[in-house]
Design a protein around this ligand. Structure first.
Ligand code: BTN
Length: 268
């Protein structure tokens, strides 16, 4: 019988050796889970500390935004969740996703050289195709965030042709972009170090610095967009984001509207 090989491009020991901050000092690795976010939420509920990471080679019930599934085949991609305990009010929680997006894009650009950008609110894109996504889940009481779980999914070495037709039209992977395979270890370590760096900036009154970095890395700002919010569809110009991470959309009437969440498509 053939012995199952551990994927050589993913090593928790090597990730830990590259960690420079507080996030990622403790990593729980699973070959297969339902969803790393679900596991991390359970850990946080039981009192796990800030900075703990749940990492998996494969997910059977990977969760995307808006109750979509997240394709999570084994041996090729990144599926991880980070537990944080940010000292912010619940209305500012989008800043955690904003911070994670900045960390992921910076890390992906450093390791792969690919021009990854951010599509509001949480998509990591290359030429408007999705290379990754972030799903932040939180537990709050009325005036504070008790914990946040940042779920990060990145298509690294997957062959996009193996994805279902509806997804492959809008998705890409790092390998798909350049033809080269990448080390998941290197990308994960860089994401965790960048998350540590930006989280410290955010906690030290660096909100403006974070928001301006986000705008620099975003492909959404200045574009004509369509946003579906429940049953409502809005079109307009994506002007900027506000101090809570809400998108400021200029409607054809000239009125600006703040949007908290929605499904955004770039029109041109
Ligand atoms: C999106 O819809 O863009 C968000 C996708 C988030 C996927 C990641 S993979 C790791 C973590 N666990 C999950 O079940 N989802 C997130």
């Amino acid at each position: 019988m053939q012995k199952k090989q551990k994927p050589r491009d993913l090593s928790v020991e090597e990730i830990k050796a590259k960690i420079t901050g507080d996030i990622g000092r403790e990593i729980f690795f699973y070959n297969k889970v339902g969803s790393t976010n679900t596991v991390a939420l359970e850990f946080a509920e039981k009192g796990s500390s800030e900075g703990v990471v749940v990492l998996a080679d494969c997910q059977e019930k990977g969760k995307g935004r808006l109750k979509r599934r997240w394709m999570s085949p084994p041996g090729v991609n990144i599926y991880m969740s980070i537990i944080l305990k940010p000292k912010i009010e619940p209305e500012y929680v989008t800043l955690i996703t904003i911070m994670a997006a900045v960390a992921c894009v910076t890390a992906l650009r450093t390791v792969t050289g690919i021009n990854v950008t951010i599509k509001w609110p949480n998509d990591l894109t290359v030429s408007d195709k999705k290379i990754g996504g972030i799903l932040t889940e939180v537990k709050t009481d009325h005036d504070r965030v008790i914990f946040a779980v940042i779920g990060i999914g990145i298509n690294v070495n997957v062959d996009i042709d193996t994805f279902p037709d509806d997804i492959k039209k809008t998705a890409t992977s790092a390998k798909n972009e350049t033809g080269k395979p990448y080390s998941r270890t290197d990308i994960i370590a860089e994401i965790l170090n960048e998350t540590d760096r930006w989280y410290k900036i955010l906690n030290n009154s660096g909100q403006e610095m974070l928001l301006s970095k986000w705008q620099e890395l975003a492909s959404t700002i200045g574009r004509s967009v369509k946003i579906i919010i429940g049953n409502e569809t809005l079109t307009g110009l994506a002007e900027s984001i506000d101090d809570k991470g809400m998108l400021i959309l200029r409607l054809p009437s000239g009125v600006s509207k703040r949007i908290n969440a929605g499904d955004l498509t770039m029109l041109r």
